[in-house]
Design a binder for this molecule. Structure first.
Ligand code: IMP
Length: 172
């Protein structure tokens, strides 16, 4: 059994998600936002975040792939497309973690082709020390260093998404 060290506890995450929801609602007010969740990693964050946003919201999902094991390949592909028509709407892309930035950069370019009214990014975790592309990120929860993290939606080979905290493996 692997040992996992807690980096952000359940309470720290819940407090941060609440703060982010409030900031988002303060910004958009009564304007409708379409939250676009990048699957799979952001599904738990989206579920908690959307319940702290008091503005009118709709939710849609997109799925991308780029990671193999613990490494970002930079080769981003969309494997599930949007269902909603987002033209002329406020879009907020909800991400679990921004690492090199290739995934978000690719999705932003793709979404901007749909001519939204506005397009912003909300990520729970920001691994900015690994960034290879400069990106506009309006909302971010926590900074993380150059560690591979798991839990609260984030996986290692599809495991550990169900943890209610964010942690990293401890080397034996
Ligand atoms: P990027 O394209 O390098 O920014 O990688 C972004 C995607 O890689 C995220 O949406 C995650 O799915 C995955 N990812 C990046 N870092 C981690 C990590 O530390 N743990 C789990 N998944 C990660």
């Amino acid at each position: 059994m692997e040992k996992i060290k807690v980096i952000f506890s359940r309470d720290q995450i819940q407090q941060k998600v609440k703060e982010l929801g409030k900031r988002i609602a303060d910004h958009y007010g009564d304007e409708e936002i379409i939250l676009i969740c990048n699957l799979k990693g952001a599904f738990i964050f989206l579920a908690d975040l959307c319940r702290h946003i008091t503005s009118p919201i709709s939710v849609d999902f997109i799925a991308t792939t780029s990671y193999k094991g613990t490494e970002s390949t930079g080769d981003v592909r969309i494997i599930k497309d949007l269902k909603m028509d987002v033209r002329g709407k406020h879009i907020l892309l909800v991400e679990d973690i921004v690492d090199t930035g290739y995934t978000v950069d690719y999705i932003l370019k793709y979404l901007s082709l749909h001519k939204p009214k506005s397009l912003h990014v909300c990520t729970l975790l920001d691994k900015s020390c690994k960034r290879e592309i400069e990106l506009p990120i309006e909302y971010h929860g926590f900074e993380v260093g150059d560690h591979f993290v798991i839990g609260y939606g984030l996986d290692y080979n599809e495991r550990y998404r169900e943890l209610d905290y964010i942690g990293e493996f401890v080397q034996p």
